[in-house]
Design a protein around this ligand. Structure first.
Ligand code: NOJ
Length: 562
């Protein structure tokens, strides 16, 4: 790496990290962001009606800024009959009155921005609620100007390969008495698919994007990408036009796609010139990671990493451990999926849709915090941008008494007080039952304990932000002992090496780092070991059971800020 001319011209990654230019790259903020997904309904109830709200979330912006996350992703907060927990919208331009008002949204965005946090919102373009006025008008008459906003057929039309919620819906076509025709719905029958081939519908979605950008959003998590438009070419065209519009309005806007497809297909959705989705969740890596955890063997992860295609330089993968949906294992083979079920989903009640688990990680690993830290350290070190789901920072579990996927979306656990501090004392009923055990797992207690998961997570987030090699660099495997997953991320002469022991026993590991030169040093970024001079390209250390280590190579002569 060539040394920068003046220290003032660069940002320093960490005082001990050496100096790496990140200058203009900070425009592409999503490549080094830490995203935090919030369900407003279940985060903090400010007005005491039992339902979380935007003013509640706004009260916690300092908590989130202190945690170090840089971008909030809000799950849908619009008016909705909540047949799919808000992913069934009746007004794209509004706020569910239980959750607040547009004014509350504007205030949240301002408070967040003031603390360096961006806000992105869900864009649910595939479907509306069946109670949306557009659908109500469409079903009334074949002559309605809204009729063609949805997809109709006299006979149940060609079935999509599978319904997304097997067991809950038998078919993707439902006969609508009022309309006298069948309508297409990939998800629930209460969520009719919009006809995005219709230019008026596309124009409306453009308006929705423009509206939330004008309200201060920094982009969108695009829901259900594979279902937006039936044929691929039209889907690409649609995404390209939405992206072009967004970029015209707001240059640093981001489109983060939920697109559960094999990576080579996902590649197409970034666009050949990086002109479609800026980011996509990496489902294959997520599923391989869980298989690797179940087996205590990194091989599936190594395989997944090897086949990851190169993506356009401005684009990014988004990685996560658990999200608000089931832990989908649909891209694993049947045997592999059964293997994960047999370890993490022994109780059939934890399984859902035949493809996933309605659990959060800590309960999957029987509360073993070593394994929880291993998982987050690993996820944060994978190529891409880490995405946390609220409550992961304190190790929240699920409540299996709650139906379906809602089990993993309990109210946030702020304290051991009544209602876990989510609602004020005396509130009669909460939007959703609490997760048992909040007296032991909550923010207030963990803040007081330096060794808590929360304080550890805060340190991990700070480190991740100081390691742009991960988001920007090229990740390659480093061969090492069985049971350990080691990889390195190289970017502009900076190198981060991470090693994760997936086994339940200590492993003495040797990493071969060919390019280590005399005078180079290894800095322990997450632990407290002293910097070590590299004596040979073979670096040896012991990793405890489920242990992890992040090392940065400080090249001889690299400048260090005080
Ligand atoms: C994906 C969302 O993550 C999920 O929760 C929802 O049910 C479907 N899309 C339909 O909007």
């Amino acid at each position: 790496m060539s040394a920068p001319e003046t220290i003032a011209a660069v940002h320093c990654l960490a005082p001990e990290a050496g100096v790496v230019r990140i200058d203009e790259t900070s425009d592409l903020w999503w490549k080094n962001a830490v995203v935090y997904c919030v369900d407003v309904k279940t985060f903090l109830d400010f007005d005491g009606d039992g339902c979380g709200d935007l003013p509640g979330l706004t009260q916690r912006v300092d908590y989130l800024a202190g945690l170090g996350v840089t971008c909030l992703w809000l799950m849908p907060f619009h008016p909705s009959p909540r047949r799919d927990d808000g992913y069934d919208i009746t007004d794209y331009y509004g706020v569910d009155p239980d959750l607040g008002s547009l004014g509350d949204f504007a205030r949240l965005v301002r408070m967040a921005r003031d603390r360096g946090l961006r806000v992105i919102v869900d864009l649910v373009a595939n479907h509306t609620s069946d109670r949306h006025p557009w659908f109500q008008a469409a079903r009334m008459s074949r002559d309605s100007p809204f009729r063609d906003w949805y997809i109709w057929s006299d006979e149940p039309g060609e079935q999509p390969a599978e319904v997304v919620f097997p067991g809950e819906e038998e078919s993707a076509w439902t006969y609508d008495e009022e309309a006298g025709q069948h309508d297409l719905h990939h998800f629930r029958s209460a969520q009719p698919d919009l006809n995005l081939a219709n230019p008026d519908v596309r124009d409306e979605m453009v308006k929705v994007i423009g509206f939330w950008l004008a309200m201060g959003a920094s982009g969108f998590r695009v829901d259900a990408v594979p279902f937006l438009v039936q044929d691929r070419e039209h889907a690409y065209e649609l995404l390209r036009s939405l992206r072009a519009f967004m970029s015209r309005r707001f240059g640093e806007g981001v489109l983060l796609g939920e697109n559960n497809l094999p990576p080579e297909e996902q590649l197409e959705y970034f666009g050949p010139y990086g002109d479609m989705l800026n980011m996509q969740f990496n489902f294959v890596l997520n599923q391989a990671m869980h298989l690797a955890f179940a087996r205590c063997d990194p091989e599936p992860l190594e395989r997944a990493l090897e086949v990851l295609p190169d993506i356009p330089p401005d684009a990014a993968w988004a990685n996560w451990v658990r999200n608000h949906d089931e832990l989908s294992l649909d891209q694993l083979s049947e045997n592999e999926r059964d293997e994960v079920f047999s370890i993490f989903g022994k109780d059939p009640d934890t399984r859902i849709y035949g493809r996933g688990l309605r659990r959060r990680l800590p309960s999957m690993v029987d509360g073993d915090e070593r394994r929880v830290r291993l998982a987050y350290s690993l996820m944060f070190s994978l190529p891409g941008t880490p995405v946390l789901f609220y409550g992961e920072e304190i190790g929240m579990c699920e409540n299996l008494d709650v139906e379906g996927r809602l089990a993993v979306r309990p109210p946030m656990q702020w304290s051991a007080e009544q209602h876990a501090g989510f609602s004020p004392p005396g509130t009669r009923q909460l939007v959703r039952p609490l997760c048992p055990g909040y007296e032991k797992v909550n923010v207030a207690d963990q803040r007081r304990d330096q060794d808590s998961l929360l304080n550890w997570m805060e340190r991990l987030i700070r480190r991740r932000r100081e390691c742009p090699e991960i988001g920007w660099g090229r990740a390659t495997r480093v061969p090492c002992q069985r049971g350990v997953f080691a990889h390195r991320c190289d970017w502009r002469g900076a190198t981060l090496v991470a090693a994760h022991n997936l086994t339940d026993h200590p492993v003495c590991t040797t990493l071969c780092l060919d390019d280590l030169a005399e005078g180079d040093q290894l800095l322990d970024l997450l632990g407290d070991a002293d910097a070590k001079s590299a004596e040979s390209p073979e670096v040896q250390f012991e990793l405890p059971a489920y242990g992890h280590r992040w090392l940065r190579i400080r090249r001889a002569g690299q400048r260090v800020l005080p």
